[in-house]
Write a protein that binds this ligand. Structure first.
Ligand code: XMP
Ligand code: MG
Length: 179
């Protein structure tokens, strides 16, 4: 791994592909045990979680469903301000054990909105699996159940994570260089 420049910013190697894969395999093992015979529904949050989802779910030795959503974030016409919803949820989640699959949980704002959207759909349970978690940035009480790796509060790219559209395809994870 060597330094990369994406748009205006420079990034340095931070987590190797191997380290990431080992951590993801560990999460997969935990989830396989916890959800054996529960037929969970994995709700993968695009775009960034595609890499983690493929690594986590390919070959997972349990019956499960996998579906993909996007988080829509827009400003409503009323005074409600920012409105967030899930686009593309094509499965009935009622009575299902849902696992939200995220690339990264930072402040937790996005996760809070996703949870608030899913709760009225009456799932049997909702848990979260994330590739990366920034404990120092997290501002919510929602438990983040399955974490591959905890990282400091640095902006990172690679393995699905992008800087303004660039860098998603980088293997491993890179962090922004402090100038
Ligand atoms: P939170 O948890 O703050 O995260 O709602 C919101 C979204 O911000 C993105 N995010 C990042 N993207 N590198 C990225 O490429 C990062 O370090 C980073 N931190 C947050 C991500 O889309 C997350 O879902
Ligand atoms: Mg994201």
């Amino acid at each position: 791994m060597s330094r990369v420049t994406l748009h205006d910013a420079s990034f340095e190697p931070f987590i190797s592909e191997e380290e990431l894969n080992t951590a993801i395999a560990h999460v997969a093992g935990t989830i396989a045990l916890k959800y054996a015979d529960k037929d969970p529904l994995f709700v993968v949050v695009l775009n960034g979680a595609y890499h983690f989802a493929a690594r986590l779910l390919n070959g997972l030795p349990i019956a499960c469903g996998i579906t993909f959503v996007k988080v829509a974030s827009y400003h409503g016409t009323s005074s409600t301000g920012k409105v967030t919803g899930l686009i593309g949820l094509d499965q009935n989640v009622e009575g299902r054990h849902v696992v939200v699959v995220e690339d990264i949980v930072d402040t937790g704002n996005t996760l809070e909105h996703i949870m608030a959207t899913l709760a009225p759909m009456r799932p049997a349970s909702v848990a979260v699996a994330t590739m990366l978690f920034k404990p120092d940035a997290y501002r919510k009480d929602i438990p983040v159940d399955h974490i591959a790796l905890r990282i400091p509060d640095h902006f990172v790219v690679g393995s699905g994570l992008d800087h303004d559209g660039a860098g998603r395809n980088l293997p491993g994870v890179y962090r922004i260089t402090q100038q």
